[in-house]
Write a protein that binds this ligand. Structure first.
Ligand code: NAI
Length: 307
């Protein structure tokens, strides 16, 4: 095993004043990266702000001999994203790594959720990931180098009660990754997304205490360090992680069935007759882009023409 070093690299970690983001910032700095520690310093529900969260982490990095700069902007606006990136470029001249991590919760069941609760969660998670990725993209493109790590959640990938706002935002981040990957591929910009499980103020009241004790955020950090490193070749992937479990998750597409001949319209009854194949996942696999879906259609039609 070789050491994963980050000498000469510049990283932005959003929401790095606490929880998971703090562990990423500390570890990357320890490995030689110059780090912009962004944190709005608000409450778990996104209200309020304070500079102390980011400052404390910057002080800790400096005390350990590392280099870091604080930023207190909210990720939730385009202007905030631009200021965060400006902080990095003013201090260190470039950005190599962006970790989109900042997050809040406003849990309510769908009938009880207010418009404000929906919008603020979408703004911090989805728009926040967009605004920082957008702001960093020009610099990464110019340098022909970038590593972006986004944060989704099992709640988005698989669903959770009381989190329609959060689940939608977190799954939106996966869609955003898919297209940032497509746009960034030719500039050596790799973008991946993690679905962590870890003890933090976001999870302290949703987990049994004995589980909470064990789920140290530091279990997630090694995966993020790998995704941030120059050795990384993979892009557009989703990874589950927590308590030493590291696993890839994916949106897959099955070949299914092609009905009709490409000219004749298909009846509902024909679809019903093939329901087992249509709703099954046999031979399903992840696709490289939306264009690959046409491959299934064309292959299916060619098969029909041969019959
Ligand atoms: P945390 O609450 O400890 O850390 C989030 C940080 O983001 C806080 O320091 C907060 O001040 C900051 N923040 C919030 N809104 C901000 C904004 N608008 N601009 C800048 N900073 C802002 O929570 P945790 O658990 O470390 O969460 C980190 C990320 O991981 C979040 O995106 C969360 O949704 C995600 N996640 C966490 C899970 C877990 O088990 N802890 C599970 C799945 C996803």
């Amino acid at each position: 095993m070789s050491d994963l070093k980050f000498d000469g690299r510049v990283a932005i970690v959003t929401g790095a004043g606490a929880g998971l983001g703090k562990t990423y910032a500390l570890d990357l700095a320890k490995r030689g990266a110059k780090v912009v520690v962004n944190d709005l310093g608000g409450a778990r529900d996104g209200s309020g702000s304070s500079s102390s969260a980011a400052d404390t982490v910057v002080d800790e990095i400096k005390a350990a001999g590392g280099e870091a700069t604080a930023n207190y902007d909210s990720v939730a606006t385009i202007e905030g994203g631009e200021n965060i990136v400006k902080t990095a470029i003013d201090a260190y001249g470039k950005v190599d790594i962006l970790i989109n991590n900042a997050g809040i919760l406003r849990d309510k069941s769908i009938l009880k959720m207010s418009e404000e609760e929906w919008e603020i969660v979408l703004a911090v998670h989805l728009k926040g990931t967009y605004s920082c990725s957008r702001a960093v993209f020009a610099n990464m493109k110019a340098n022909n180098y970038g590593r972006i790590i986004n944060t989704t959640s099992g709640a988005g990938l698989y669903g959770n009660f009381g989190q329609t706002n959060y689940s939608a935002a977190k799954m939106g981040i996966v869609g955003l990754m898919n297209s940032v990957h497509t746009e960034g591929a030719k500039y050596n910009i790799k973008v991946n997304t993690i679905a962590p499980v870890a003890a933090s103020r976001l999870t302290e009241d949703v987990m049994p205490p004995e589980m909470f004790e064990k789920l140290k955020p530091e279990f997630v950090t090694p995966l993020v360090v790998n995704l941030a490193h120059e050795d990384l070749q993979e892009s557009c992937m989703i990874f589950n992680c927590g308590l030493g479990w590291y696993s890839r998750a994916a949106i897959v597409c099955a070949p299914g069935v092609v009905l009709g001949d490409g000219e004749r319209l298909v009846s509902a009854e024909e679809v019903q007759a093939e329901w087992k194949t249509i709703s099954g996942l046999e031979e399903a696999k992840p696709l490289g882009s939306v264009n690959d879906t046409f491959g299934f259609i064309m292959t299916g039609l060619q098969g029909l023409q041969k019959q």
